[in-house]
Write a protein that binds this ligand. Structure first.
Ligand code: SAH
Length: 217
């Protein structure tokens, strides 16, 4: 059994580990501290909620590793006025972290079951600036575009054109790029009048970005 004291120590170590691994942005660390990851994992995983690991969630998907959530969020350079699109709601954890930093977050998920569960959690936590949409995130959310920032949390084999089109000029998109069964890297694209500037960052492993809304609930 874990006591409240154990939980507090777990959450302190969680933050210390993020700092030790190089997460330095005060706003990102505050957001990671504020969002209770234990609310976003399966009941049977609650005791390990603050371990730095990805974990299974419903529909065969995963909640990302905290370090990777913090890393991608830091690379995204979110400001309080920003409208952010997240592709791949999953557990809702990454959207919750973004919501602490942005003006509004629109998050799109291809599984209705995951989208509904995430919405319920946001309501319970009082995170009122997140809108969850069910659909194919490869197409973005044109009716809510443009976005200042876009974060994709499933691996893309190539850069989805519809998404870069929904970015404002000066906007940024961070996403894992690479084959579904192989080495992927975090890429940041910055949109300017001249086109997209690409920067490559760390190696990662994400579930695939798949076309279409999921047929199974
Ligand atoms: N951000 C999530 C990570 C979930 S894993 C979290 O913090 O828990 C990635 C998610 O992307 C999965 O739930 C998967 O169903 C979803 N996904 C994959 N392709 C998609 C697409 N084309 N549109 C929307 N969601 C997609």
């Amino acid at each position: 059994m874990t006591t409240l004291a154990d939980q507090r120590i777990g959450r302190m170590e969680f933050l210390l580990n993020l700092r030790r691994r190089g997460i330095a942005d005060a706003g990102v660390l505050r957001a990671m501290d504020e969002v209770p990851r234990d609310q976003f994992v399966r009941d049977e995983d609650i005791e390990a909620a603050y371990a730095d690991q990805a974990m299974p969630i419903a529909c065969g998907q995963t909640i990302s590793q905290p370090y990777v959530v913090a890393y991608m969020t830091e690379r995204l350079a979110v400001e309080p006025t920003h409208r952010v699109l997240e592709v791949g709601t999953g557990s809702g954890y990454q959207a919750a972290v973004l919501s602490r930093l942005a003006h509004v977050v629109v998050s799109i998920e291809r599984y209705r079951t995951l989208a509904d569960a995430a919405r319920t959690k946001f309501e319970a936590l009082g995170y009122g600036n997140i809108e969850v949409v069910v659909g194919d995130g490869l197409k973005g959310v044109p009716e809510r575009a443009p976005f200042d920032r876009i974060l994709v949390t499933a691996a893309a084999e190539s850069i989805p054109r519809a998404l870069t089109e929904q970015l404002v000029e000066g906007g940024m998109m961070v996403l894992p790029v690479g084959p579904h069964d192989g080495a992927q890297i975090i890429v940041r694209l910055t949109k300017s009048a001249q086109g997209l500037v690409r920067e490559n960052f760390i190696a990662v492993r994400f579930v695939p970005l798949l076309p279409g809304q999921a047929r199974e609930l």
